[in-house]
Design a protein around this ligand. Structure first.
Ligand SMILES: Cc1cc2nc3c(=O)[nH]c(=O)nc-3n(C[C@H](O)[C@H](O)[C@H](O)COP(=O)(O)OP(=O)(O)OC[C@H]3O[C@@H](n4cnc5c(N)ncnc54)[C@H](O)[C@@H]3O)c2cc1C
Length: 474
């Protein structure tokens, strides 16, 4: 049976949770769904149940406050629900503890967050290679270090955050390799200074690395990870200011883990599935839904907010959430237009004020086409379907000019991750021949949005209960 509510919100991170709270305050019936066991999303992630610890950072405190506000609200909280399908206006199907649940509403807010971009290199599929953002999950949620001796590589602020987090939990960081140079960071300092707390946090992480005498290799990237069945060594090499590899000495480090990531890609799968209009914005992570100032997409009743609508970070996600929740309430007739305008104005001003910091972080984390151009032909790009760069090049030679053709020719993006891991890089590789990312497009959104088991979908049944039709008369 499908339940009906006024508003469904998918994703209980800073964006979705605040959207749900704002809309519920106006009297709307709101259901908030997330596959995690509790609210907080990626950045305000709660420790795994049973691993409770006292709040030890501002992020912990923000997360605890959010969870308390949700618990005290009228929002119908449905955690442990994995959304796998959404049909037109808007029936949402989620797999939860009791199997499949259907909920429908005239309005839907998609706040799915982001996933990380991994630029493939030889050895990236070895056990011991962990995404940089994924490492924050290990550290925050499980208090586990990725390895005993870890190389941390890639770009953006998560580099220092992860390296400092490993040290804090007693791990050993062999080195940090940053695609950017010190000049890139320094030139963006005025932007970072617009949020003094975050700047101080970043300086704190960096000082921890300096105090511990962790080698930091600026303008370096991972050339390859080596080992017999798991990571045993990481080889770094220098890059130029565009992140293209240069022929100079390599550095080999003994390590049993490598945390590596190159920015984030917006989780726009719901807006793609529902055929909203999208635009390509390299500095906001890639293809993002076209939205108005309060998050309304081109599909009536569908909103997209937070990192899923363009990478901007946690605080902007929180404010965009509040705005979209109020806008959904306004569209439903729960707030008068004048009241809505009065409430929206200060939120929009705060959002604008956060812009310089977000843009600086995004600049450091944007995809570098020159780095992608250096991926060796034999390197796997789509690990679910074992598709190499060479096979992507061959597909182009055979006539694949856009993403759906590439998928048909190679099966790239057809595996359980539905292209979340390889899609951005496969598109970048194709774009290097075709001309630009707009021409290459993106994979048509299709269910399932996340992997789901057939047994979850059909529930438990006995074969003897299946009606067998009588044989047709001869
Ligand atoms: C792995 C990872 C780690 C990160 N770590 C940090 C960090 O340590 N510090 C930092 O400043 N920034 C971090 N970021 C960036 C951070 O995600 C954002 O800045 C911020 O959390 C954005 O808020 P949001 O509400 O838009 O998305 P999120 O906080 O990502 O929330 C999105 C929520 O949607 C849920 N969801 C998505 N798809 C489905 C589905 N199909 N079914 C059910 N639920 C779904 C997710 O479980 C998640 O809880 C990280 C990003 C990633 C991808």
């Amino acid at each position: 049976m499908t339940r009906a509510v006024d508003l469904i919100v998918i994703g209980a991170g800073p964006a979705g949770a605040n959207a749900a709270l704002a809309a519920a305050r106006t009297g709307l019936s709101v259901t908030l769904l997330d596959e995690q066991p509790t609210a907080g999303g990626q950045v305000w992630r709660a420790p795994w149940p049973g691993l409770m610890r006292p709040a030890r950072s501002v992020e912990d405190e923000e997360g605890n406050l959010l969870r308390t506000r949700l618990a005290e609200s009228t929002v119908d909280l449905r955690f442990g629900r994995r959304i796998w399908s959404i049909t037109d206006r808007f029936r949402v199907d989620a797999i939860g503890p009791d199997g499949n649940e259907g909920i429908s509403a005239p309005r839907l807010i998609a706040a799915l967050g982001a996933h990380e971009r991994v630029v493939p290199f030889p050895g990236w599929t070895l056990p011991g290679v962990v995404g940089l953002a994924a490492a924050t999950v290990l550290l925050k949620s499980h208090s586990v270090v990725p390895g005993q001796r870890v190389v941390v590589a890639g770009c953006g602020p998560l580099l220092a955050a992860v390296a400092a987090g490993i040290i804090k939990l007693g791990g050993d960081v062999a080195a940090v390799a940053d695609l950017s140079g010190p000049g890139d960071w320094l030139s963006l300092t005025p932007n970072f200074a617009t949020r003094p707390y975050l700047l101080a946090q970043g300086i704190g992480w960096a000082s921890k690395l300096v105090t511990k005498q962790i080698p930091i290799y600026f303008r370096h990237a991972v050339r390859r990870a080596e080992g017999n069945g798991c990571v045993e060594r990481v080889v770094l090499g220098p890059v130029d200011s565009h992140a293209a590899g240069v022929k100079r000495g390599e550095i080999t480090l003994e390590a049993d883990a490598l945390c590596v990531g190159h920015g984030l890609v917006p989780g726009a799968e719901v807006t793609k599935l529902l055929r909203a209009r999208h635009v390509y914005d390299r500095l906001r992570g890639g293809w993002i839904p076209e939205v108005d100032a309060v998050g309304r997409s081109s599909v009536a009743g569908l909103f997209a907010i937070g990192d899923g609508a363009g990478i901007r970070g946690a605080k902007p996600a929180q404010i965009a959430g509040e705005l979209a929740g109020l806008a959904a309430a306004h569209d439903a007739g729960a707030i008068a237009p004048g009241d809505f305008a009065r409430m929206a104005k200060p939120l929009q001003a705060r959002l604008r004020g956060l812009g310089p910091f977000s843009r600086a972080a995004a600049r450091l984390m944007a995809v570098r086409p020159e780095q992608v151009a250096g991926i060796p032909l034999e390197t796997v790009v789509c690990r679910c379907e074992d598709v190499t760069r060479g096979e992507i090049e061959a597909a182009y030679e055979a006539g694949a000019c856009e993403m759906n053709q590439l998928k048909h020719f190679t099966r790239c993006g057809m595996g359980p991750c539905q292209g979340r891991m390889c899609g951005d890089i496969a598109a970048e590789l194709l774009a290097q021949h075709v001309g630009d990312r707009e021409a290459v497009g993106y994979w048509t959104g299709r269910p399932p949005l996340r992997p789901v088991g057939f047994d979850d979908l059909i529930g438990t049944f006995s074969y003897s209960d299946i009606p067998i039709p009588n044989p047709a008369p001869l």
